[in-house]
Design a protein around this ligand. Structure first.
Ligand SMILES: [Zn+2]
Length: 297
């Protein structure tokens, strides 16, 4: 029987896979959509002689109908078959050789570079898989991406002692965010405000983006909102959640947007513009998460 490491060695030795073409050349329409979505007003990316923002590199190859299976697919399948069904991305690094200009036709190719493990992690035992994608203009490498993910064996959901298992995806609670989690524990949706200019902000942070003040306070939100955007998550499995589940960006009338799960309805009932109200779910002995449920009209 081939071990995971033997398979990895073989796949790494294969080197770079075939170069895949991209569906469209670098183009101003995509550059405009992307810079608008990102709020990037750099004049270098606008107008007739615009160049593409380097961070768009992956955009040119985001074509999910793309064809051939590569060494990565074999490795991922083998890990899944071995029981490492969970997946979470851990690192992504881009390197840019130069700006890309509209009209350039790119190709890209991927090689697997490393498999390490098994390692114990907070999510469960798993393997770290790393690969390198290179983008080319003709034969010139114009950018690279190193990507690493963890394929893990999700921990058992229930413990034999009957005690509730700790929720595996704990939020970071620190001096900037403690007020929010304390609010959630007592059934309040608290939104951070600037102690000087009064601007609301979410997620909470140390400094006001408007006036740079470090004075902080919060307001208690009414707890209703409207779905601004959402995804239905089917795969991969996420520890602590049954799939499918819905994660939404909820816009609240106080003026900020909050990310949270939508519960108490079928994913197919969720839509943009749907009115929701906050609800609080106990995840383990310590953590209560605010989530969103349909608002009965
Ligand atoms: Zn301020």
């Amino acid at each position: 029987m081939t071990t995971l490491h033997e398979l990895a060695e073989r796949l790494i030795a294969k080197g770079e896979g075939p170069r895949e073409p991209t569906r469209e050349p670098v183009n101003t329409t995509m550059i405009r959509h992307w810079t608008q979505a990102m709020g990037d007003r750099n004049p270098r990316y606008q107008g007739l002689d615009a160049v593409a923002p380097p961070a768009m590199l992956q955009v040119w190859t985001m074509d999910r109908e793309s064809p051939s299976r590569g060494p990565l697919d074999d490795m991922l399948d083998a890990l899944t078959a071995a029981g490492y069904t969970g997946v979470v991305a851990t690192n992504c690094e881009h390197t840019y050789a130069r700006y890309l200009t509209p009209g350039e036709e790119l190709t890209y190719a991927t090689r697997m570079t490393e498999l390490t493990g098994p390692k114990r992690t907070a999510l469960g035992e798993g393997y770290f898989l790393t690969w390198l994608t290179t983008w080319y203009a003709k034969d010139e490498p114009v950018g690279e991406m190193t990507f690493r993910l963890l394929k893990f064996r999700p921990r058992e959901e229930s413990s034999p002692t009957g005690k509730r298992k700790p929720y595996p995806l704990k939020p970071a609670v620190n001096r900037d965010t403690a007020f929010f989690w304390e609010g959630a524990s007592s059934g309040e949706l608290r939104i951070q405000t600037c102690g000087d200019c009064g601007e609301l902000r979410h997620p909470p942070g140390p400094i006001c983006p408007s006036c740079r003040s470090t004075e902080r306070s919060y307001v208690r939100a009414a707890g209703v909102g409207e779905i601004y955007s959402y995804v239905v998550h089917h795969n991969p499995p996420v520890p602590g959640h049954d799939t499918p589940f819905v994660v939404a960006v909820v816009e609240i009338p106080e003026g900020v947007r909050i990310v949270g799960n939508v519960v108490d309805c079928e994913p197919s009932q969720v839509g943009i513009g749907m009115r929701v109200k906050v609800t609080y779910r106990r995840m383990d002995d310590e953590l209560i998460l605010p989530m969103w449920a349909p608002l009965e009209s």
